[in-house]
Design a protein around this ligand. Sequence first.
Ligand code: G6P
Length: 616
Amino acid sequence: MCGITGYIGFRQAYPIVIKGLQRLEYRGYDSAGIVTYNNNDVHVIKTKGKVSDLVEAAKTGSTTGTLGFGHTRWATHGVPNDVNSHPHVSNSGNIVIVHNGIIENYDSIKQELITRGYTFESDTDTEVLVNLIEDTKKKNNCLLGKAVQIALKNVIGAYAIAVFDKEKPDEIIIARLGSPIAIGIGEDNNEFFFASDASPFVEFTKNVIYLDDEELAILKVGREIKIHKINDDSPVTPYVQELQLNLEEIEKGGYEHFMLKEIHEQPDAIRDTFRGRLLVNEGIVKMGSVENHLAKFTNANRIIIVACGTSWHAGLVAEYLFEDFTRIPVEVEYASEFRYRNPIITRNDIVIAISQSGETADTLAAIKLAKSKGAFVFGVCNVVGSSIARETDSGAYTHAGPEIGVASTKAFTTQMTVLALMALRVGNAKGTLSQSMYQNYLQELSLIPDKIASLLKQNDHIKEIAAIYKDSPNCLYLGRGFNFPVALEGALKLKEISYIHAEGYPAAEMKHGPIALIDENMPIVVIATRKGHYEKVVSNIQEIKSRDGKIIAIVTEGDTTVRDIADHVIEIPETEEAFTPFLTTIPLQLLSYHIAVMRGCNVDQPRNLAKSVTVE
Ligand code: G6P
């Protein structure tokens, strides 16, 4: 979490850094700060709050200079206040740092520095790191790059940092371990940009280097970028890639919020996921990464899926898909639990890691653990070039385009798309899916984007339902089979953006607890599609009705039975049961969105959350 971005070159740094921070606010938004350097003056401005508060604070200070960098924070050490905000400055006032990550052994380093006369204003691990760099520089009588390198060898934790030294004002040092950083390169090295992802500099350059773990880069205008390994100082040849990102993709395009834009992008996002892979006319699924390892998949004893948050819910849907289509047993694990419980993994197990950002610390650690135990790890990521995409043995991108709203929407449906394509291909190769079923599924899957597009037309109807329940303190979501994970995801969407307490349950489990909560004030969203254990769910709906609960039912088009009992119905187009999650999830996204907007919540940046969780 936290976003960092900066600039060194011939343009004014301040507007570039501020705009960049605004694009990175999804990574954290409880405080923000910036440093600019001009004519021997270092100007640091920082404040609690969002980047817009920083812009206000900066109105009274100096912000000129062609070198600058900034930070938008998701607090780990120390409450969000002005003092704990980044950048942090060393005791001499010469060295300035921004940091995304955690220094785990900061306290022992701090105590040591205190005995050596250093003082600290903030509660942060980052202020300790900048003073450690200063102390190292003094002790070794070396230049900044060397001092950063030596200091980093002494820290335990994760970081992406940018460091500036007034005594060497023509360069910025960047380093990474565990937290991402991209570097944008101007023409003839006449300017450099850097950021936690490439969005802050997309309009300036398409040439990008993604720093790898344990690498340190020196950005100096007019000179080719220099990269070294932190541990042994060995030089690394920079690998410059072409950035695949457009400015339009990271702007709101007329929608009030990114979340609403991203909900509406789902038909096209899924078409992009299909492109070149779902070839209905030829009757095949073509995925290079699956084809290359087909024998591994068909011979797998077990598939273990690791993920967090919404990606974990996509993993649960995949459990149903894989078991149904391929008959391979599947386990779905929270990456954070998996990594700490000495899991049993054998060489014939396949681990699938799902992550929108490709940077989630727990998922990354779970992958490393699985690899160390000999498993083949397949990644399903959205962000191209992300750490997880690079760490896995093979993988498939979702191609959803940038997802900026913190609450995940199109990432979820495109993850399910990739996983459905994989399960279909493996089932076809194993023979667990007959050729006719396979063809039928391919056909049905190809129709999903159009069906989502038609469902989105019910926006106003869903908004009316949202208006009725916007003040409810609680909400229950029930689903069964393929739609149990959708119930969990629906509840997560509501709680994360509207702060209403919501829980998802398998419908049949209702009688083992949640039924006690039901009264005339409790809205209950029930997914009751015709093909998914329909009669049993209808019985659950009857049980709710007898206790006066308010029922919002998601049903298949033309359903009359549930319509007679439920308070509200939202119809989804007919599809195969296995693909109903693609459709049932859409009204739940819209319901949460409208409720959150009506409650005056910040939909794109809900409190305390961040989109990319790069700390444990
Ligand atoms: C955070 C985000 C969620 C996301 C989860 C996992 O909690 O707010 O939207 O589902 O992290 O992130 P990942 O990038 O690994 O999918």
